[in-house]
Write a protein that binds this ligand. Structure first.
Ligand code: URA
Ligand code: CA
Length: 433
């Protein structure tokens, strides 16, 4: 086979065969196919798309390009959740113990945050003592015992995706549905998921800025999942404003604890119930999504979800008293500053990505992979879209161990827009089964 022939084939809009895709991904991973040829292919795919067979073949070729995690030592259907990234998205911290509390095993492999999007591992490490370095055996034992454990990413998973994603980033080919869908699905499948729940975000803080694009991506991923034997469901949710009120690692742990007590922000709680229902249903805990939701609601209200959270934290070395005394246990910032409203009005927009960047500037996120993060840093929004604000009232509190500059205060003020009226954004645009 010659790469030039495959590039021309795709350039003419013809589908590639499974053998051709397997060959191309293998040779590209090995370094035999150079970046310039793969860039041309990515651009041809960008313009000419791929059909269902090609998308599934590309996904599985990337899965097979590296290690695959074997979770067979864990009993039950292993359901994984993936979010396409957002600001202040605390859902994993809540869903892991919540879904485990209805008996579905949650064997979660998570990463660290980069840029204005946070990572679950960083958030968990805000709990003193919590560690995510577990051997494969310890990880499986913990999930079998407690139904939940979170481990840091290890092994050489989907090296083809790593290379291709980096290449797409510099060749204008990131925003291609078949390439995004196969990239995300290959990582989930390689990490051992039997079933997958996808939270596809849309809005300013998300990758897919509009709902139609998000829906198309979600449908594509659900089709890929089913075609390779992984039952998959998706939710399209809003990321025009940050989720919940807290953005920042320690602050989000506290918000997650509140939510597990049934006292969390409305939007965050609702999204967790919708995603959790899909996870519990796919994991076999309920016969329908409605039944799954009732089970989850019950465990938020009767304290069971919080009990599982404590057990989970303790089993991974963390101080479980964080659940009862979050302010005493979590790192506290040396400096705080209020963002005061200069006029009266109704919040009409909170630009998620810009607020995420402000949180990063306070120290909550990494500008580069090497940056150190401040686990106490971030911001707490006292207002969400639709809330009334009086002149002189605080819109948000900023937290940092660094001195907080007026520039950051101004940045937050600028991106919490006030108007005479506001339209409250839809939280869940669609559910794809
Ligand atoms: N996230 C991924 O993992 N891959 C993409 O291609 C885009 C977003
Ligand atoms: Ca939040």
């Amino acid at each position: 086979m010659r790469m030039i022939d495959l590039i021309e084939k795709k350039q003419h809009g013809e589908p590639l065969s499974k053998d051709e895709i397997n060959w191309m991904i293998k040779e590209y991973t090995d370094g035999t196919i150079p970046d310039y040829q793969m860039s041309a292919m990515a651009m041809a795919i960008y313009f000419n798309e791929m059909n269902d067979q090609e998308r599934s073949a590309l996904t599985m070729a990337m899965v097979e390009s590296g290690d695959q995690i074997d979770l067979s030592a864990i009993e039950g259907v292993k359901v994984d959740k993936h979010s396409t990234g957002g600001v202040g998205d605390t859902t994993t911290l809540i869903l892991a113990p919540l879904v485990a509390s209805v008996g579905v095993p949650v064997a979660k492999m998570s990463g660290r945050g980069l840029g204005h999007t946070g990572g679950t591992i960083d958030k968990l490490e805000a709990i003193p003592g919590f560690h995510v370095e577990l051997s494969q055996d310890d990880f499986a034992d913990l999930v079998n015992e407690n139904k939940v454990a979170v481990v840091g990413q290890s092994g050489n998973l989907t090296p083809a995706d790593k290379k291709l994603y980096a290449l797409r980033d510099v060749t204008g080919t990131v925003e291609s549905i078949p390439l995004i869908a196969s990239s995300i699905m290959s990582k989930k499948i390689a990490s051992g998921a039997d079933a997958i729940v996808l939270d596809v975000k849309t809005g300013a803080g998300a990758f897919m800025k509009n709902v139609d694009q998000a829906r198309k991506l979600a449908e594509t991923m659900v089709t890929i999942g089913k075609s390779v034997g992984r039952n998959t469901m998706a939710v399209i949710s809003d990321m025009s404003q940050p989720l919940g009120n807290a953005i920042g690692n320690g602050l989000e742990v506290k918000e997650a604890i509140d939510t597990l007590k049934g006292e969390g922000p409305e939007d965050l709680t609702e999204l967790c119930l919708v995603l959790g229902s899909q996870m519990a249903y796919l994991g076999g805990a309920a016969e329908s999504l409605d039944e799954a939701r009732s089970l989850l609601e019950e465990n938020l209200n009767n304290g069971k979800a919080l009990e599982v959270f404590k057990l989970f934290v303790k089993s991974q070395g963390g101080d479980e008293s964080v659940a009862d005394n979050p302010d005493k246990v979590l790192p506290q910032a040396a400096n705080t500053k209020e963002v005061i409203a200069k006029e009266t009005g109704v919040v009409s927009e909170i630009t998620a990505d810009q607020i995420g960047i402000a949180a990063m500037m306070l120290g909550a996120g990494r500008e580069t992979k090497e940056s150190e993060i401040d686990l106490s840093a971030g911001l707490y929004l006292h207002k969400k879209v639709g809330d009334k604000v009086q002149e002189g009232e605080s819109i948000a509190t900023l937290y940092s161990n660094k001195a907080i500059s007026d520039d950051i205060v101004e940045k937050v003020r600028t991106h919490v827009l006030l108007a005479e009226t506001a339209t409250i954004p839809t939280l869940i645009y669609d559910v794809i089964q």
